[in-house]
Design a protein around this ligand. Sequence first.
Ligand code: FAD
Length: 390
Amino acid sequence: MVVIGGGFAGASFARAVKREDPGIAVALVEPRTHYTACPLSNAVIAGMRDMSAQHFGYAGIEADGIVHVPQKAVRVEADQRRVVLADEVRLSYDRLIVAPGIDLRFDAIPGYDAAAVEQMPHAWKAGEQTLLLRRQLEAMADGGLVVISAPANPFRCPPGPYERASLIAHYLQAHKPRSKILILDAKDAFSKQRLFEAGWAALYPGMIEWVGLSFGGGVTGVDPATRTVRTEFGEHRAAVANVIPPQRAGAIADIAGVADRTGWCPIDPVSFESRLVPNVHVIGDAAIGGAMPKSAFTANAQAKACASAVVALLHGRNPGEPKLINTCYSLLAPDYGISIAGVYSPRDGLLAEVEGAGGTSPLDATGAERAEEATFGAAWFDTITTEAFG
Ligand code: FAD
Protein backbone atom coordinates (compact mmCIF):
# COMPACT_ATOMS: atom_id res chain seq x y z
CA MET A 1 0.00 0.00 0.00
CA VAL A 2 1.10 3.50 -0.74
CA VAL A 3 -0.27 6.39 1.31
CA ILE A 4 0.13 9.98 0.09
CA GLY A 5 0.17 12.40 3.02
CA GLY A 6 1.36 11.85 6.60
CA GLY A 7 -1.25 13.95 8.42
CA PHE A 8 -3.97 12.72 10.77
CA ALA A 9 -5.63 10.71 7.98
CA GLY A 10 -2.58 9.16 6.31
CA ALA A 11 -0.61 8.40 9.50
CA SER A 12 -3.66 6.88 11.22
CA PHE A 13 -4.38 4.79 8.13
CA ALA A 14 -0.84 3.42 7.85
CA ARG A 15 -0.85 2.34 11.50
CA ALA A 16 -4.36 0.87 11.35
CA VAL A 17 -3.44 -1.31 8.37
CA LYS A 18 -0.30 -2.57 10.10
CA ARG A 19 -2.39 -3.38 13.19
CA GLU A 20 -4.93 -5.34 11.14
CA ASP A 21 -2.42 -7.16 8.97
CA PRO A 22 1.29 -6.73 9.80
CA GLY A 23 2.15 -8.61 6.61
CA ILE A 24 1.04 -5.75 4.34
CA ALA A 25 3.87 -3.46 3.18
CA VAL A 26 2.98 0.20 3.71
CA ALA A 27 4.87 3.23 2.37
CA LEU A 28 3.91 6.65 3.74
CA VAL A 29 4.87 9.37 1.26
CA GLU A 30 5.26 12.66 3.15
CA PRO A 31 7.90 15.28 2.30
CA ARG A 32 8.06 16.80 5.78
CA THR A 33 10.25 15.37 8.51
CA HIS A 34 7.75 16.43 11.16
CA TYR A 35 4.06 17.12 11.16
CA THR A 36 2.59 20.35 12.59
CA ALA A 37 -0.89 19.78 14.01
CA CYS A 38 -3.66 22.36 13.52
CA PRO A 39 -5.86 21.39 16.52
CA LEU A 40 -4.96 23.69 19.43
CA SER A 41 -2.97 25.96 17.08
CA ASN A 42 -5.49 28.70 17.87
CA ALA A 43 -4.10 28.55 21.42
CA VAL A 44 -0.62 29.19 19.98
CA ILE A 45 -2.01 32.26 18.17
CA ALA A 46 -3.42 33.49 21.49
CA GLY A 47 -0.08 33.00 23.27
CA MET A 48 -1.44 30.21 25.51
CA ARG A 49 0.64 27.39 24.05
CA ASP A 50 4.08 26.85 22.63
CA MET A 51 4.39 25.94 18.96
CA SER A 52 6.67 23.02 19.83
CA ALA A 53 3.64 21.27 21.39
CA GLN A 54 2.18 21.04 17.85
CA HIS A 55 5.12 19.11 16.34
CA PHE A 56 5.21 15.34 15.82
CA GLY A 57 7.85 13.19 14.11
CA TYR A 58 7.56 9.96 12.14
CA ALA A 59 9.92 7.78 14.25
CA GLY A 60 7.00 6.05 16.01
CA ILE A 61 5.44 5.21 12.67
CA GLU A 62 8.69 3.82 11.31
CA ALA A 63 9.06 1.70 14.47
CA ASP A 64 5.79 0.03 13.43
CA GLY A 65 7.43 -1.18 10.21
CA ILE A 66 5.93 1.54 7.99
CA VAL A 67 8.37 3.09 5.52
CA HIS A 68 8.35 6.90 5.65
CA VAL A 69 9.33 8.13 2.18
CA PRO A 70 10.41 11.77 2.65
CA GLN A 71 9.31 12.88 -0.81
CA LYS A 72 6.44 14.71 -2.44
CA ALA A 73 4.15 12.67 -4.69
CA VAL A 74 3.92 14.52 -8.00
CA ARG A 75 1.88 12.19 -10.24
CA VAL A 76 -0.20 9.05 -10.15
CA GLU A 77 -0.07 6.59 -13.03
CA ALA A 78 -3.35 4.91 -12.15
CA ASP A 79 -3.31 2.53 -15.15
CA GLN A 80 -0.01 1.06 -13.99
CA ARG A 81 -0.84 1.53 -10.30
CA ARG A 82 2.21 3.67 -9.64
CA VAL A 83 2.92 6.84 -7.72
CA VAL A 84 5.64 9.10 -9.12
CA LEU A 85 7.76 10.93 -6.54
CA ALA A 86 9.49 14.30 -6.95
CA ASP A 87 12.81 12.52 -7.66
CA GLU A 88 11.05 10.49 -10.42
CA VAL A 89 11.23 7.25 -8.39
CA ARG A 90 8.05 5.21 -8.92
CA LEU A 91 6.28 3.28 -6.17
CA SER A 92 3.92 0.45 -7.18
CA TYR A 93 0.75 -0.20 -5.23
CA ASP A 94 -2.16 -2.60 -4.95
CA ARG A 95 -4.20 0.12 -3.28
CA LEU A 96 -3.35 3.82 -3.09
CA ILE A 97 -4.59 6.05 -0.28
CA VAL A 98 -4.72 9.76 -1.06
CA ALA A 99 -4.73 11.89 2.11
CA PRO A 100 -3.17 15.26 1.20
CA GLY A 101 -5.44 17.50 3.31
CA ILE A 102 -6.37 20.87 1.80
CA ASP A 103 -4.98 23.55 -0.43
CA LEU A 104 -6.09 27.15 -0.09
CA ARG A 105 -7.84 28.67 -3.07
CA PHE A 106 -5.97 31.75 -4.18
CA ASP A 107 -8.41 32.35 -7.05
CA ALA A 108 -11.49 32.89 -4.87
CA ILE A 109 -11.10 36.33 -3.23
CA PRO A 110 -9.83 39.12 -5.52
CA GLY A 111 -6.49 40.35 -4.15
CA TYR A 112 -5.93 37.30 -1.95
CA ASP A 113 -3.19 35.47 -3.80
CA ALA A 114 -0.27 33.37 -2.58
CA ALA A 115 1.80 36.52 -1.87
CA ALA A 116 -0.98 38.12 0.21
CA VAL A 117 -0.55 35.55 2.98
CA GLU A 118 2.52 37.47 4.21
CA GLN A 119 0.40 40.53 5.07
CA MET A 120 -2.90 38.74 5.73
CA PRO A 121 -2.09 35.30 7.14
CA HIS A 122 -4.68 32.54 6.82
CA ALA A 123 -2.99 30.37 9.47
CA TRP A 124 -5.17 27.50 8.20
CA LYS A 125 -2.18 25.21 7.75
CA ALA A 126 -0.31 25.23 11.03
CA GLY A 127 3.32 26.32 10.96
CA GLU A 128 4.96 29.60 9.98
CA GLN A 129 1.53 31.13 9.23
CA THR A 130 0.40 30.43 12.81
CA LEU A 131 3.45 32.23 14.18
CA LEU A 132 3.04 35.14 11.75
CA LEU A 133 -0.53 35.76 12.93
CA ARG A 134 0.70 35.57 16.53
CA ARG A 135 3.44 38.15 15.84
CA GLN A 136 0.98 40.49 14.14
CA LEU A 137 -1.34 40.36 17.18
CA GLU A 138 1.60 41.05 19.50
CA ALA A 139 2.67 44.04 17.39
CA MET A 140 -0.84 45.51 17.14
CA ALA A 141 -1.63 48.62 19.20
CA ASP A 142 -4.43 48.60 21.78
CA GLY A 143 -7.67 49.70 20.12
CA GLY A 144 -6.89 47.97 16.81
CA LEU A 145 -9.40 46.10 14.68
CA VAL A 146 -8.84 42.38 14.01
CA VAL A 147 -10.80 41.16 10.98
CA ILE A 148 -11.34 37.42 10.50
CA SER A 149 -12.94 36.34 7.25
CA ALA A 150 -14.54 32.88 7.34
CA PRO A 151 -15.35 30.87 4.19
CA ALA A 152 -18.56 29.17 3.06
CA ASN A 153 -18.99 25.43 3.67
CA PRO A 154 -17.35 23.01 3.17
CA PHE A 155 -14.00 23.86 4.71
CA ARG A 156 -11.46 22.45 7.18
CA CYS A 157 -12.63 22.64 10.80
CA PRO A 158 -16.08 24.28 10.78
CA PRO A 159 -15.82 25.68 14.37
CA GLY A 160 -12.18 26.78 13.87
CA PRO A 161 -12.67 30.45 12.90
CA TYR A 162 -14.94 31.02 15.91
CA GLU A 163 -12.63 29.27 18.34
CA ARG A 164 -9.90 31.51 16.93
CA ALA A 165 -11.96 34.66 17.47
CA SER A 166 -12.63 33.55 21.06
CA LEU A 167 -9.00 32.89 21.93
CA ILE A 168 -7.79 36.08 20.23
CA ALA A 169 -10.39 37.91 22.36
CA HIS A 170 -8.95 36.20 25.42
CA TYR A 171 -5.52 37.58 24.54
CA LEU A 172 -6.79 41.06 23.66
CA GLN A 173 -8.90 41.34 26.80
CA ALA A 174 -5.80 40.86 28.93
CA HIS A 175 -3.34 42.90 26.84
CA LYS A 176 -5.21 45.27 24.48
CA PRO A 177 -8.71 45.62 25.94
CA ARG A 178 -9.87 48.49 23.68
CA SER A 179 -9.46 46.31 20.57
CA LYS A 180 -12.30 44.73 18.58
CA ILE A 181 -12.75 41.59 16.49
CA LEU A 182 -14.96 41.60 13.41
CA ILE A 183 -15.85 38.24 11.82
CA LEU A 184 -16.97 38.59 8.20
CA ASP A 185 -18.67 35.36 7.23
CA ALA A 186 -19.57 33.92 3.82
CA LYS A 187 -22.45 31.98 5.40
CA ASP A 188 -25.48 32.72 7.58
CA ALA A 189 -24.93 30.15 10.30
CA PHE A 190 -21.96 28.38 11.80
CA SER A 191 -21.07 25.36 13.94
CA LYS A 192 -22.03 25.60 17.63
CA GLN A 193 -23.24 29.16 16.94
CA ARG A 194 -25.52 29.55 19.97
CA LEU A 195 -22.82 28.19 22.28
CA PHE A 196 -20.18 30.49 20.85
CA GLU A 197 -22.44 33.55 20.98
CA ALA A 198 -23.47 32.83 24.58
CA GLY A 199 -19.81 32.36 25.51
CA TRP A 200 -18.76 35.60 23.82
CA ALA A 201 -21.49 37.54 25.65
CA ALA A 202 -20.38 36.09 28.98
CA LEU A 203 -16.60 36.22 28.51
CA TYR A 204 -15.91 39.10 26.10
CA PRO A 205 -18.93 41.43 26.12
CA GLY A 206 -18.88 43.85 23.16
CA MET A 207 -15.55 42.64 21.81
CA ILE A 208 -16.56 40.23 19.01
CA GLU A 209 -18.96 41.17 16.21
CA TRP A 210 -20.11 38.49 13.74
CA VAL A 211 -21.60 39.55 10.38
CA GLY A 212 -23.26 36.78 8.38
CA LEU A 213 -23.60 36.66 4.60
CA SER A 214 -27.10 38.17 4.42
CA PHE A 215 -25.93 41.16 6.44
CA GLY A 216 -22.92 41.87 4.25
CA GLY A 217 -20.35 39.43 5.64
CA GLY A 218 -19.23 38.13 2.25
CA VAL A 219 -15.74 39.40 1.42
CA THR A 220 -15.55 40.71 -2.16
CA GLY A 221 -11.87 41.60 -2.23
CA VAL A 222 -8.81 42.52 -0.18
CA ASP A 223 -5.89 44.92 -0.43
CA PRO A 224 -2.98 43.30 1.40
CA ALA A 225 -0.78 46.45 1.32
CA THR A 226 -3.25 48.41 3.47
CA ARG A 227 -4.82 45.37 5.18
CA THR A 228 -8.19 46.42 3.81
CA VAL A 229 -11.02 43.90 3.55
CA ARG A 230 -13.92 44.81 1.25
CA THR A 231 -17.53 43.64 1.37
CA GLU A 232 -20.58 44.67 -0.70
CA PHE A 233 -21.39 47.25 1.96
CA GLY A 234 -18.07 48.91 2.56
CA GLU A 235 -14.51 48.33 3.55
CA HIS A 236 -12.70 47.64 6.80
CA ARG A 237 -9.13 48.67 7.46
CA ALA A 238 -7.73 46.10 9.82
CA ALA A 239 -4.75 46.26 12.15
CA VAL A 240 -4.62 42.48 11.74
CA ALA A 241 -6.48 40.67 8.95
CA ASN A 242 -6.84 36.90 9.15
CA VAL A 243 -8.29 35.83 5.81
CA ILE A 244 -9.36 32.18 5.75
CA PRO A 245 -10.08 31.61 2.06
CA PRO A 246 -12.16 28.82 0.47
CA GLN A 247 -10.31 25.54 0.13
CA ARG A 248 -10.10 22.38 -1.95
CA ALA A 249 -8.41 19.00 -1.72
CA GLY A 250 -4.59 19.11 -1.82
CA ALA A 251 -3.28 19.54 -5.39
CA ILE A 252 -2.18 15.91 -5.84
CA ALA A 253 -5.85 14.86 -5.64
CA ASP A 254 -6.61 16.88 -8.76
CA ILE A 255 -3.44 15.64 -10.50
CA ALA A 256 -4.40 12.04 -9.66
CA GLY A 257 -7.88 12.59 -11.11
CA VAL A 258 -9.75 11.87 -7.87
CA ALA A 259 -11.06 15.44 -7.34
CA ASP A 260 -14.21 16.55 -9.14
CA ARG A 261 -15.33 20.02 -10.27
CA THR A 262 -16.00 21.07 -6.66
CA GLY A 263 -12.30 20.59 -5.89
CA TRP A 264 -13.09 17.78 -3.41
CA CYS A 265 -12.93 13.99 -3.86
CA PRO A 266 -16.17 11.97 -4.06
CA ILE A 267 -15.88 8.57 -2.34
CA ASP A 268 -17.81 5.39 -1.68
CA PRO A 269 -18.95 5.70 1.96
CA VAL A 270 -18.16 2.06 2.83
CA SER A 271 -14.67 1.62 1.35
CA PHE A 272 -13.65 5.28 0.76
CA GLU A 273 -12.69 4.22 -2.75
CA SER A 274 -12.70 7.11 -5.18
CA ARG A 275 -15.82 7.42 -7.33
CA LEU A 276 -13.51 8.51 -10.15
CA VAL A 277 -10.41 6.25 -10.12
CA PRO A 278 -10.44 2.54 -9.12
CA ASN A 279 -8.06 1.16 -6.46
CA VAL A 280 -7.51 4.67 -5.12
CA HIS A 281 -9.08 5.63 -1.76
CA VAL A 282 -9.40 9.14 -0.37
CA ILE A 283 -9.67 9.98 3.33
CA GLY A 284 -9.50 13.04 5.57
CA ASP A 285 -10.13 16.65 4.57
CA ALA A 286 -9.67 15.91 0.83
CA ALA A 287 -12.66 13.52 0.75
CA ILE A 288 -16.26 14.57 0.43
CA GLY A 289 -19.20 12.29 0.58
CA GLY A 290 -21.87 13.47 2.92
CA ALA A 291 -22.30 15.18 6.21
CA MET A 292 -19.02 14.45 8.01
CA PRO A 293 -17.18 17.66 8.90
CA LYS A 294 -13.54 18.06 7.98
CA SER A 295 -11.68 17.49 11.24
CA ALA A 296 -8.73 15.58 12.63
CA PHE A 297 -11.22 13.41 14.52
CA THR A 298 -12.98 12.61 11.24
CA ALA A 299 -9.67 12.00 9.43
CA ASN A 300 -8.66 9.47 12.09
CA ALA A 301 -12.08 7.75 12.09
CA GLN A 302 -12.16 7.54 8.29
CA ALA A 303 -8.59 6.21 8.27
CA LYS A 304 -9.49 3.32 10.57
CA ALA A 305 -12.68 2.46 8.65
CA CYS A 306 -10.85 2.68 5.34
CA ALA A 307 -8.01 0.48 6.65
CA SER A 308 -10.49 -2.25 7.61
CA ALA A 309 -12.17 -1.98 4.21
CA VAL A 310 -8.93 -2.10 2.25
CA VAL A 311 -7.58 -5.08 4.23
CA ALA A 312 -10.89 -6.89 3.61
CA LEU A 313 -10.72 -6.11 -0.12
CA LEU A 314 -7.10 -7.32 -0.34
CA HIS A 315 -8.19 -10.62 1.23
CA GLY A 316 -11.16 -10.93 -1.13
CA ARG A 317 -13.80 -10.12 1.51
CA ASN A 318 -16.58 -7.54 1.37
CA PRO A 319 -15.96 -4.60 3.71
CA GLY A 320 -18.49 -4.15 6.52
CA GLU A 321 -20.57 -0.98 6.84
CA PRO A 322 -18.76 1.49 9.10
CA LYS A 323 -20.19 3.71 11.83
CA LEU A 324 -18.04 6.76 12.25
CA ILE A 325 -17.93 9.26 15.07
CA ASN A 326 -16.77 12.85 15.06
CA THR A 327 -16.39 15.14 18.06
CA CYS A 328 -15.04 18.68 17.78
CA TYR A 329 -13.97 20.46 20.94
CA SER A 330 -13.51 24.22 20.90
CA LEU A 331 -11.93 26.44 23.50
CA LEU A 332 -13.42 29.86 24.24
CA ALA A 333 -10.96 30.47 27.07
CA PRO A 334 -8.36 28.26 28.79
CA ASP A 335 -11.00 26.86 31.16
CA TYR A 336 -14.05 27.12 28.90
CA GLY A 337 -14.65 24.30 26.39
CA ILE A 338 -17.64 23.32 24.26
CA SER A 339 -18.16 20.39 21.91
CA ILE A 340 -20.28 18.98 19.12
CA ALA A 341 -20.54 15.27 18.34
CA GLY A 342 -22.08 13.30 15.49
CA VAL A 343 -22.36 9.69 14.30
CA TYR A 344 -22.30 8.91 10.58
CA SER A 345 -23.06 5.83 8.49
CA PRO A 346 -23.55 5.07 4.79
CA ARG A 347 -26.99 5.98 3.41
CA ASP A 348 -27.95 6.52 -0.23
CA GLY A 349 -24.31 6.48 -1.29
CA LEU A 350 -23.24 9.13 1.20
CA LEU A 351 -22.04 9.32 4.78
CA ALA A 352 -25.23 10.52 6.49
CA GLU A 353 -25.66 11.68 10.07
CA VAL A 354 -27.44 9.15 12.29
CA GLU A 355 -30.39 11.08 13.63
CA GLY A 356 -30.55 11.59 17.36
CA ALA A 357 -27.08 10.14 17.93
CA GLY A 358 -25.11 13.39 18.23
CA GLY A 359 -25.47 16.71 19.99
CA THR A 360 -23.69 19.68 21.48
CA SER A 361 -22.75 20.78 24.98
CA PRO A 362 -25.76 22.17 26.85
CA LEU A 363 -26.36 25.90 26.57
CA ASP A 364 -26.87 26.18 30.33
CA ALA A 365 -23.77 24.25 31.42
CA THR A 366 -22.06 25.39 34.63
CA GLY A 367 -18.60 26.91 34.74
CA ALA A 368 -17.29 23.63 36.16
CA GLU A 369 -18.74 21.73 33.20
CA ARG A 370 -17.17 24.14 30.71
CA ALA A 371 -13.84 23.71 32.50
CA GLU A 372 -14.24 19.93 32.36
CA GLU A 373 -14.87 20.09 28.60
CA ALA A 374 -11.65 22.07 28.18
CA THR A 375 -9.77 19.21 29.85
CA PHE A 376 -11.59 16.68 27.64
CA GLY A 377 -10.40 18.62 24.58
CA ALA A 378 -6.79 18.55 25.80
CA ALA A 379 -7.04 14.82 26.56
CA TRP A 380 -8.52 14.19 23.10
CA PHE A 381 -5.54 15.97 21.49
CA ASP A 382 -3.07 13.82 23.46
CA THR A 383 -4.95 10.65 22.53
CA ILE A 384 -5.28 11.32 18.82
CA THR A 385 -1.72 12.53 18.33
CA THR A 386 -0.42 9.48 20.25
CA GLU A 387 -2.56 7.20 18.10
CA ALA A 388 -1.40 8.81 14.85
CA PHE A 389 2.24 9.67 15.60
CA GLY A 390 3.27 8.56 19.12
P1 FAD B 1 -3.46 17.19 6.93
O1 FAD B 1 -3.42 17.07 8.40
O2 FAD B 1 -3.33 18.53 6.33
O3 FAD B 1 -2.30 16.25 6.36
C1 FAD B 1 -2.04 16.20 4.99
C2 FAD B 1 -0.58 15.83 4.80
O4 FAD B 1 -0.38 15.51 3.40
C3 FAD B 1 0.38 16.96 5.11
O5 FAD B 1 1.33 16.51 6.06
C4 FAD B 1 1.03 17.31 3.76
O6 FAD B 1 2.40 17.67 3.88
C5 FAD B 1 0.87 15.99 2.99
N1 FAD B 1 0.84 16.14 1.53
C6 FAD B 1 0.10 17.00 0.79
N2 FAD B 1 0.37 16.84 -0.53
C7 FAD B 1 1.28 15.85 -0.62
C8 FAD B 1 1.96 15.24 -1.72
N3 FAD B 1 1.76 15.64 -2.98
N4 FAD B 1 2.85 14.25 -1.45
C9 FAD B 1 3.07 13.83 -0.18
N5 FAD B 1 2.46 14.39 0.90
C10 FAD B 1 1.59 15.39 0.68
N6 FAD B 1 -9.74 19.07 13.93
C11 FAD B 1 -10.22 18.45 15.05
O7 FAD B 1 -10.65 17.29 14.99
N7 FAD B 1 -10.26 19.10 16.25
C12 FAD B 1 -9.81 20.37 16.40
O8 FAD B 1 -9.85 20.93 17.50
C13 FAD B 1 -9.30 21.04 15.25
N8 FAD B 1 -8.85 22.30 15.34
C14 FAD B 1 -8.37 22.93 14.22
C15 FAD B 1 -7.96 24.26 14.33
C16 FAD B 1 -7.49 24.93 13.22
C17 FAD B 1 -7.05 26.36 13.34
C18 FAD B 1 -7.44 24.28 11.97
C19 FAD B 1 -6.93 25.00 10.75
C20 FAD B 1 -7.84 22.96 11.85
C21 FAD B 1 -8.34 22.27 12.97
N9 FAD B 1 -8.79 20.97 12.88
C22 FAD B 1 -9.29 20.34 14.00
C23 FAD B 1 -8.86 20.28 11.57
C24 FAD B 1 -7.71 19.32 11.31
O9 FAD B 1 -6.47 19.96 11.45
C25 FAD B 1 -7.82 18.74 9.89
O10 FAD B 1 -9.15 18.34 9.65
C26 FAD B 1 -6.88 17.56 9.76
O11 FAD B 1 -5.54 18.01 9.83
C27 FAD B 1 -7.11 16.78 8.46
O12 FAD B 1 -6.18 15.75 8.34
P2 FAD B 1 -5.62 15.29 6.91
O13 FAD B 1 -4.69 14.17 7.19
O14 FAD B 1 -6.75 15.09 5.97
O15 FAD B 1 -4.82 16.54 6.36
